[in-house]
Design a protein around this ligand. Structure first.
Ligand SMILES: Nc1ncnc2c1ncn2[C@@H]1O[C@H](COP(=O)(O)OP(=O)(O)O)[C@@H](O)[C@H]1O
Ligand SMILES: [Mg+2]
Length: 250
C-alpha cells in the first residue's frame, strides 16, 4: 500500500511554489494576516482576498475593496458591507478568524462570462510514477458570492466553452490550455520534491482580464467530482484503492 499525503497549510504550499523560478510569476502576493499587512496590501493592490490558512470549500473567504476615497467594501458570503474603514474591515476579519491563522492575498479581477466571474480547477494525478494533468474545468461564481467553489453553488462549465464564451480566440485557448498543463505538471513536481507522498492535486487558478493565470491555492485532497473525465475517474479509483491515508497538517 502506498501513502497519500495531505498538506493543509496554504502558506506552506505557496512557500514551496514561490521558490520555483518557473512558477513564482503565477502566484499572487500572499502574506499572513495582521492589521499592518492588511493595510499595506490594501494600499498596494486596492483589492485583496483574506482567507483561512487551512480552510476549504470557500468557507470564511472574504474579499475587500479599497475605493479611491479610502473606504472599504467587504464581501463575505452573500453580504456586501460598504463604507467601512480599514480598521473596521480588520475587526470583521478578526471576528471571523477567531484567532486561527488567516492569509491575505492580492485580489485578482477575474475574467467573466456575461459579467459572471469564473476561475478554473486543474486536476493533476499520479496513479503510478508520473504526474499527469487529467481534467480541467471552469467554475462560475454563484450569484452574490465572492467564491466559485462547487459546494458554494459554483457552476461547472466545460473549459473550451468557457474560454470561448469569455471571448478568447481559438489560438489563445490552445496556448492557455498548454500553459495550464505546464503549470499543473510543474506545480506537482515542485510540491512533490518537498512532500513525496502526494497523489492528487486540485489547483485553483484564476485568469485575470488579460487571461493571465494566477494560482490561488493547491488542494492536496481535492473534492472529487465524478464524471469530469473517464481517465480522471479511473485514476481516482486506482489511487483510492491503492493508498493508506496519511495526514499531515503542515
Ligand atoms: N486572490 C484571489 N483573487 C481572486 N479570487 C480569489 C482569490 N483567492 C480566492 N479567490 C476566490 O475564492 C475561492 C476560494 O479560495 P481558495 O483559496 O480556493 O480557498 P478554499 O480552500 O476555501 O477553496 C477561489 O476559488 C476563488 O474563486
Ligand atoms: Mg479552493
Amino acid at each position: 500500500m502506498r501513502t497519500y499525503q495531505v498538506v493543509r497549510s496554504k502558506t506552506a504550499k505557496t512557500g514551496v511554489l514561490l521558490k520555483d523560478p518557473g512558477l513564482d510569476r503565477y502566484i499572487p502576493e500572499t502574506e499572513l494576516y495582521s492589521r499592518e499587512n492588511l493595510a499595506r496590501m490594501l494600499n498596494k493592490y486596492k483589492y485583496v482576498y483574506v482567507k483561512p490558512d487551512c480552510g476549504r470549500g470557500g468557507n470564511k473567504v472574504i474579499s475587500i475593496n479599497l475605493d479611491d476615497g479610502g473606504s472599504c467594501s467587504i464581501h463575505y458570503d452573500t453580504r456586501i458591507l460598504k463604507g467601512k474603514t480599514v480598521a473596521e474591515a480588520a475587526a470583521l476579519v478578526e471576528r471571523i478568524s477567531a484567532g486561527a491563522p488567516f492569509i491575505i492575498q492580492q485580489g485578482i479581477k477575474l475574467l467573466t462570462i456575461n459579467n459572471v466571474p469564473f476561475d478554473l480547477r486543474v486536476n493533476v494525478q499520479k496513479p503510478f510514477n508520473r504526474w499527469e494533468v487529467t481534467a480541467m474545468i471552469a467554475r462560475l461564481r454563484a450569484p452574490g458570492k465572492a467564491v466559485t467553489n462547487f459546494c458554494q453553488g459554483g457552476r461547472l462549465v466545460e473549459l473550451k466553452q468557457a474560454f470561448t464564451l469569455a471571448g478568447l480566440k481559438p489560438q489563445a485557448c490552445d496556448r492557455l490550455k498548454a500553459l495550464l498543463t505546464f503549470i499543473g505538471e510543474k506545480t506537482a513536481a515542485a510540491l512533490c520534491r518537498k512532500y513525496p507522498h502526494l497523489r492528487e492535486l486540485g489547483l485553483d487558478i484564476g485568469l485575470d482580464r488579460q487571461a493571465r493565470p494566477w494560482i490561488f491555492e493547491v488542494n492536496t485532497r481535492p473534492q472529487y467530482v465524478r464524471g469530469l473525465d473517464e481517465k480522471f475517474d479511473r485514476y481516482h479509483r486506482l489511487i483510492e484503492q491503492s493508498t493508506v491515508k496519511k495526514y499531515q497538517t503542515k
